[in-house]
Write a protein that binds this ligand. Structure first.
Ligand code: NAD
Ligand code: UFG
Length: 330
């Protein structure tokens, strides 16, 4: 297939591009570099031996995206492009609603117009809100606590309505849990601008001595050791899930959790990082972060049953590869 990958130079999009190329698909990337670097394109060619077509465009601009549909016979779209910092979305809600919603609307409109009937969307476990884990795809969605989360819930709704209104339009809503790790080459990985918000990139910066210590955000949750529990998934497993999702897309709306089905606490993750990489990560326990929930992990059985996909890599590979990327790249 010829697949348009929006946000294809970002963290998850770049790893998915590698897996798509490995599975003989042709990838056309659209990215405006707002949170990625052009060098990733060369790294993709080093890893795969193939340089994907690249358009430096903003996918909220319908006319620019239309040019891609005119230049290539697109068979499917995987839409990663979006802004993703939860805290920033609270202070800049309009930027988040505009970027994340207009991009989804422009792309789905063009897909309908050009009869491109396969659409895979990057959603998030955040749409479940605070409900008991394991989280299942058929649970009711709960109000999210921030504009970023709302853009994911609204995009799901926009794509669902579009699929219902257009016979033959097939959409897959992939609800990611906590993607971490990096490609085993150490060439591509997670490279956030500024001080990271998420746990794993913060840990790698502390291990490297670029930040003095990790703040563990709360140890009074009702969990194994009081710290927050999440379903960390290796980004390469997540990327493989996208290949399965687009290759096995059925008509209508398909919703899948992409997680491992296992929960890991903050302290378990930090201890695994120190042990596997034989390096110290100084930390202190501080108060909870507003909006955080105690526990979030997937019931990942639907993707296994319907897509023949399941996560294979464990916490050890995640912490090893995250550290390898950090060491290689800065
Ligand atoms: P990322 O920031 O690394 O990648 C997003 C890419 O999209 C970047 O390369 C950025 O430059 C590009 N982009 C953003 N807005 C654009 C626009 N208007 N036009 C063109 N390009 C644009 O993020 P990621 O971690 O790879 O996340 C990819 C997707 O997955 C996002 O939609 C994110 O919300 C979603 N997601 C991520 C996580 C996570 O923890 N990383 C969890 C759940 C869902
Ligand atoms: N944490 C710390 N210290 C830090 C950062 C995080 O202790 O410096 C803790 C958090 O309290 C939480 C766990 O580490 O218990 C994971 O936090 P992250 O910020 O890495 O991830 P979240 O689960 O809060 O959120 C992530 C993405 C969201 C997405 C959600 C569900 O950032 O975009 O997963 O997919 F919606």
């Amino acid at each position: 297939m010829n697949i348009l990958v929006t946000g294809g130079l970002g963290f998850i999009g770049s790893h998915t591009t590698v897996e798509l190329i490995k599975n003989n698909h042709e990838v056309i990337i659209a990215d405006n570099l707002i949170n990625s670097k052009i060098e990733v394109l060369d790294k993709l060619s080093t890893i795969t031996g193939i340089k994907p077509s690249f358009y430096q465009i903003d996918v909220t601009d319908e006319s620019q995206v239309e040019e891609i549909f005119s230049n290539h016979k697109i068979n499917g779209v995987i839409h990663f492009a979006g802004l993703k910092a939860v805290g920033e979305s609270v202070s800049k809600p309009l930027e988040y609603y505009f970027n994340n919603l207009v991009s989804t609307m422009a792309l789905s409109k063009l897909c309908v117009k050009h009869r491109v009937d396969k659409f895979v969307f990057s959603s998030s476990a955040t749409v479940y809100g605070d409900q008991p884990s394991p989280l299942k795809e058929d649970m009711d969605l709960k109000k999210t606590t921030n504009p970023y989360g709302e853009t994911k819930a609204m995009s799901e709704r926009i794509l669902t309505d579009t699929a219902h209104a257009n016979d033959g339009f097939a959409v897959s809503l992939l609800r990611y849990f906590n993607p971490v790790g990096a490609h085993e080459s150490g060439l591509i990985g997670e490279d956030p601008n500024g001080i990271p918000n998420n746990l794993m990139p913060f840990v790698t910066k502390v291990a490297k001595g670029q930040l003095p210590k990790l703040s563990v955000l709360g140890n009074d949750y009702d969990t194994i050791d009081g710290t927050g529990v999440r379903d960390y998934i290796h980004v390469v497993d997540l990327a493989k899930g996208h290949v399965k999702a687009i290759e096995n897309l059925k008509n209508g709306v398909n919703i899948y959790n992409l997680g491992t089905g296992r929960g890991t606490s903050v302290l378990e993750l930090v201890n695994a990082f120190m042990k596997v990489n034989d390096i110290d990560v100084p930390y202190e326990i501080v108060g909870r972060r507003p909006g955080d929930i105690a526990t979030c992990y997937a019931d990942a059985s639907k993707a296994e049953k319907e897509l023949d996909w399941k996560a294979e890599l464990g916490i050890e590979e995640m912490v090893r590869d995250a550290w390898k990327f950090e060491m290689n790249n800065k």
